[in-house]
Design a protein around this ligand. Structure first.
Ligand SMILES: Nc1ncnc2c1ncn2[C@@H]1O[C@H](COP(=O)(O)OP(=O)(O)OP(=O)(O)O)[C@@H](O)[C@H]1O
Ligand SMILES: [Mg+2]
Length: 394
């Protein structure tokens, strides 16, 4: 059984450090491990002090790393399709430069990484694949891309497939170029691959998403949004890391207030990410660079644990779809029935509630579809908070 571990989070929180630690540990446990970076900044090379490029490079026993060469991947797999989309847009009198920009839609770099991952998985080159994701809020959209892309492709093919053989005369009438057989064949292949990868990344036995954050408002906010998106996309988030926690000895110094704030954030995280297990990682006294530093961080973070295991399997937040609305189900531990108050502020919900640890408030980012609907009611059923959204009343 192969395992895929995606590590994501806001910029600079420690994704590369913790994905390296994860990969280092699984390699020590004897799994053939591949650490994949999609980051063009060559962070892994800096981290390990070994040059890592588009070829798999050996870092330690059982451990290899590879940098996805986006330009290379895109040229190899998408050139024809991009060329075609560009032609279509140009025929509609869209400026060529703009057409190229559109054809090169965001996420294509991530898609390249996913396709590369699929090749590794299908060839079964390694036991564990750890993906150090790009530092953007769109990281997850990339994971969802196979789904979007395959929908898009289906439409695309339905539209053009019937004309392939007789297409040329039609092309001259409509002035819209038709895809060549080659493009269609590439399309079909791509579609197939994307469907296969979608199946793999939404299988919790194969793929886990791990979110890294720091104990500060922005990165926690980002992490929560990621968790909601992951739920929508059907990815299993089985572990969160809160990294760069200040040590207790700073409590009386200049950073005392920071430490106090961090403690409050940590307490809130326990509630907001529950029941997903949380790993707290202290801020080391210096940057984590080189194998030795990674090894000591790894031992502290994972101890005797096997990071390839599935830490947790369930969706703390679930979003159910109806034809005229949707429902959010939030599993909150030990929430009491009375004393629940839900307010909506734009694209967020503020939920006041009383739990075992006292009265608290959680902020819940809403899925994008919420803009169409208004909140109807909220209630607690068997320890789950159910919030219904329906059509806006006239
Ligand atoms: N627990 C820690 N203690 C000390 N330094 C840390 C810790 N975690 C990460 N760092 C340092 O913080 C910096 C950022 O870490 P890292 O590169 O892993 O973050 P990232 O999330 O991958 O960043 P990017 O978004 O740029 O890819 C690095 O200098 C790293 O050594
Ligand atoms: Mg990084």
């Amino acid at each position: 059984m192969q395992r895929v571990l995606f590590v994501t989070g806001k910029g600079g929180v420690g994704k590369s450090t913790l994905s390296s630690a994860t990969a280092f540990k699984t390699s020590k446990l004897g799994y053939d491990t591949l650490l994949i970076s999609t980051d063009p900044a060559h962070t892994l090379s800096d981290l390990f002090g070994i040059r890592i490029n588009a070829e798999e490079t050996r870092i330690a026993e059982n451990l290899e790393a590879v940098q996805v060469d986006v330009v290379h991947e895109v040229t190899k797999h998408y050139a024809e399709i991009m060329e075609f989309i560009t032609e279509v847009l140009k025929a509609r009198q869209i400026d060529e430069i703009v057409a190229y920009e559109i054809a090169n839609f965001p996420g294509i770099t991530g898609a390249a990484a996913l396709l590369k991952l699929l090749r590794y998985l299908e060839e079964g080159t390694h036991d564990v694949y750890v993906l150090d994701m790009v530092p953007s809020g769109d990281a997850l959209r990339i994971l969802y891309l196979p789904f979007i892309f395959s929908r898009f492709s289906r439409k695309f093919m339905k539209l053009f497939a019937p004309f392939i053989d007789f297409g040329r005369p039609l092309a001259s009438i409509t002035n819209i170029p038709l895809p060549s057989r080659e493009v269609i064949e590439t399309e079909v292949k791509l579609l197939d691959m994307l469907e296969r990868i979608h199946a793999l990344i939404t299988d919790p036995k194969v793929t886990s998403l791990r979110i890294v954050m720091n104990p500060d408002a922005f990165s926690i906010e980002n992490a929560k949004r990621t968790l909601v998106q992951a739920s929508i996309y059907g990815l299993n988030t089985d572990l969160v890391f809160i990294n760069k926690i200040y040590p207790e000895e700073l409590s009386n110094g200049y950073l005392g207030d920071w430490l106090k704030a961090q403690k409050e954030y940590l307490a809130r995280c326990e509630l907001e990410f529950s029941p997903i297990p949380i790993k707290k990682v202290r801020l080391f006294s210096k940057e984590v660079r080189g194998l030795e530093a990674i090894e000591s961080l790894t031992n502290e973070v994972f101890g005797e644990e096997d990071p390839a295991k599935v830490y947790h399997e369930s969706r703390p937040i679930e979003i159910l779809n109806y034809s005229k609305g949707f429902e959010i189900v939030v599993r909150i531990p030990n929430v009491k029935k009375e004393d629940l108050e839900v307010e909506r502020f734009g694209d967020e919900l503020l939920v006041h509630l009383t739990t075992e640890i006292g009265r608290s408030a959680i902020i819940l980012p809403l899925p994008a579809i919420a803009y169409k609907y208004s909140m109807k009611r909220a209630k607690i059923i068997n320890g789950e908070l159910h919030i219904y959204f329906g059509e806006v009343d006239e």
